[in-house]
Design a protein around this ligand. Structure first.
Ligand SMILES: [Zn+2]
Length: 233
């Protein structure tokens, strides 16, 4: 009679993946890939009336939880880890119909999540568009001579960096006069002066800004900016 080490009783009804070759004490079939221990001897799943169950490997916790909920009978499958000296969960045996229902529920969830992502993206796009519109209007209020497409470009860039994604408060702060002027100055620096070329040529940022300051100011005056422009900008 082949004696199998019995897993701790607190695990309850449990199926074992044996590490050694075992045959069913009832029908002699084997070697068995899974067995239960009955009276300290191995018993195949068919003899243990568990043959109708299907094995669901561990890994997908949501699917496992639902498959067990959907199955009248479910059994944990363990394997003895010699090195760690304990039984480790390998998966569960569940009813095939229960597993199918669990899979359907998980799929429905995935579909719901996908639809929510689409809705969120659409809402953010609308918020971004509104923010960009408001930002462009503010640019044109402060810089009436700024070409419309430049204002739109600067606003689109600003909205891509924040806006709807960071909430109303942050969007409001981003629309402050200081933020709008900074965005316009940055755009002029990069597109209307040799700033980027200077930086590429190794000119330190502070020195590069000093060299282009007049050029930036000229463009801003052309665009109708009347207030004082700090040298640091
Ligand atoms: Zn058997």
């Amino acid at each position: 009679m082949q004696v199998v080490p019995t897993p701790p009783a607190h695990i309850g009804l449990v199926v074992i993946q044996p590490s050694r070759r075992r045959h069913c004490a009832g029908c002699r079939r084997g070697p068995l890939s899974m067995l239960v221990v009955e009276g300290r001897v191995p018993c195949c799943l068919d003899c243990a009336d568990l043959g109708h169950l299907v094995f669901l490997p561990r890994g997908d916790t949501a699917l496992t939880r639902r498959a067990r909920e959907e199955s009248t009978l479910s059994v944990v499958v363990v394997r003895f880890n010699r090195r760690k000296g304990r039984y480790e969960r390998q998966g569960v045996l569940v009813e095939e119909a229960g597993l199918a229902r669990a899979e359907a529920r998980c799929l429905a969830d995935a579909e719901a999540r996908r639809r929510r992502r689409v809705r969120d993206a659409r809402r953010r796009a609308v918020q971004d568009a509104r923010f960009a519109e408001a930002f462009a209007a503010e640019i044109l209020r402060l810089f009436p001579g700024c070409p419309r497409d430049r204002a739109d470009g600067i606003a689109a860039h600003a909205s891509a960096r924040g806006s709807g994604r960071v909430g109303r408060g942050a969007a409001g702060r981003a629309l402050s006069e200081g933020a709008v002027v900074s965005a316009v100055v940055a755009s002029v620096r990069h597109l209307d002066t040799s700033y980027d070329a200077l930086l590429m040529g190794g000119v330190p940022r502070r020195e590069a800004r000093r060299r282009i300051a007049v050029g930036v100011e000229t463009v801003l005056r052309e665009w109708g900016w009347e207030a004082d422009i700090g040298a640091g900008r």
